[in-house]
Design a protein around this ligand. Structure first.
Ligand code: NI
Length: 167
């Protein structure tokens, strides 16, 4: 396994649209393992392949308190969303130190493949529902700060540039 480099906002590569995975093979399983290691080391609760500059539809999530309930979603699709929305605070490993409120569907049903290439469906709520919607946005080239006001986005961009210079 290997730690992968996480791209920081406002890098243009975060706006690339991920392609579907054609075959769940050893290369994809290795990607899932490396993404999981990178997410746990950060530490974070979710990571999309886009954030490590791999533009294929792969997400890893672990919202458990014990950090031992890894979920991998390959070619995920949201097949149902609740009409009820919920505002909750989000952060992102690609936008370090920034947290703000985003409105999302309270519950979603996801259809995806696991690391074995098997189809599964999962009903998600709470933090898991927030996380899956956030990570699926990454696969579509969208970062959560894009839901915030233009003024906030400008401030965040300048903060991120200062941070990049300081590193
Ligand atoms: Ni993120």
């Amino acid at each position: 396994m290997a730690l992968l480099n996480i791209i920081n906002y406002p890098d243009k590569r975060l706006h690339k649209i991920a392609k579907p995975v054609e075959a769940v093979n050893d290369r994809i399983r290795r990607l899932v393992a490396d993404m999981a290691e990178t997410m746990y080391a950060a530490p974070g609760v979710g990571l999309a392949a886009t954030q490590v500059d791999v533009h294929e539809r792969v997400i890893v999530i672990d919202v458990s308190e014990t950090h031992d309930q890894l979920l991998a979603f390959i070619n995920p699709e949201i097949i149902w969303s609740s009409d009820e929305k919920k505002l909750s605070e989000e952060g992102c490993l690609s936008v370090p130190g920034i947290y703000d409120n985003v409105e999302r569907a309270e519950k979603v049903r996801v259809h995806a493949l696991n690391e074995k290439g098997e189809i599964f469906e999962m009903d998600c709520e709470g933090l898991l529902a927030v996380c899956i919607q956030h990570e699926m946005d990454h696969l579509m080239g969208r970062v959560f700060v894009e839901y915030l006001s233009p003024l906030k986005q400008t401030r965040i961009k300048s903060k991120m540039k200062k941070l990049a210079h300081a590193m």
